[in-house]
Design a protein around this ligand. Structure first.
Ligand SMILES: NC(=O)c1ccc[n+]([C@@H]2O[C@H](COP(=O)([O-])OP(=O)(O)OC[C@H]3O[C@@H](n4cnc5c(N)ncnc54)[C@H](OP(=O)(O)O)[C@@H]3O)[C@@H](O)[C@H]2O)c1
Length: 196
């Protein structure tokens, strides 16, 4: 199983290096692969976006929200049969995820919503007093194992909310923003589910 991470900034870089360091074959899709040092010493490789998508089973979108539609327009057909993991947030409108865009522009792809509900600091440093934070996600049942592996690779505890539950996941995103930003608690804030 090869994972491509498209977008080599804060979120893409943090995720892709963690995947690779945990032993998952990972390729970054970059607009400047020859000079992009995102992989560092993680064991990941760096390629063009076209080549990264072509080689992967799972494609993580970690680009700015404004780039998602163009990216899907260009690469939508190449995503057929692959799992698209949407980590991008459109924070300027009522819907932060891109499930509808993926359905329209990459109709042959499966869709998951993950890695979008916490500030990136918590993806880089996910353990609080020895306890890993939860990462809530939505994905088809058949993709749960793959997502659980990638989330665990980052050091978070995966919590599956079901398939097609991107709006529920994005409710967690809104809660994070309300606490971390609006209420001023700061970006080093995450969630843990308690059960009995
Ligand atoms: N920052 C957070 O705490 C956080 C948390 C959760 C989710 N997110 C979401 O994650 C996404 C990425 O955020 P970020 O903070 O990582 O941003 P960032 O540091 O600015 O990185 C964005 C990356 O996307 C690349 N990119 C832009 N347009 C592209 C395109 N058309 N094709 C391929 N690559 C492209 C940029 O590459 P170039 O070097 O070529 O410009 C850059 O590597 C956003 O949608 C954001 O909402 C962010």
């Amino acid at each position: 199983m090869i994972t491509a991470v498209i977008g080599t900034g804060f979120i893409g870089g943090t995720l892709g290096r963690a995947f690779a360091r945990a032993g998952h074959p990972t390729v970054f899709g970059s607009r400047h692969p020859g000079t992009d040092g995102v992989a560092a010493d993680s064991g990941a490789t760096t390629a063009t976006v076209v080549d990264a998508v072509a080689s992967a089973d799972t494609v993580v979108l970690a680009v700015p929200a404004g780039a998602v539609e163009d990216l899907l327009t260009v690469h939508g057909a190449a995503l057929t049969g692959k799992l698209v993991v949407d980590a991008a947030n459109t924070v300027t409108g009522p819907v932060a995820h891109h499930a509808d865009l993926v359905r329209r522009l990459a109709p042959g792809a499966r869709y998951a919503r993950a890695f979008n509900t916490l500030g990136g600091e918590n993806l880089a440093d996910p353990v609080f007093d020895g306890v890993p934070a939860d990462l809530f996600y939505s994905a088809p049942e058949g993709d749960r194992a793959a997502l659980d592996d990638l989330i665990t690779a980052v050091g978070l505890r995966p919590v599956h909310l079901g398939d097609g539950q991107q709006d529920t996941v994005d409710g967690v995103l809104r809660l994070w923003f309300a606490l971390a930003m609006t209420q001023g608690r700061g970006r080093h804030l995450a969630f843990r589910t308690l059960t009995r």
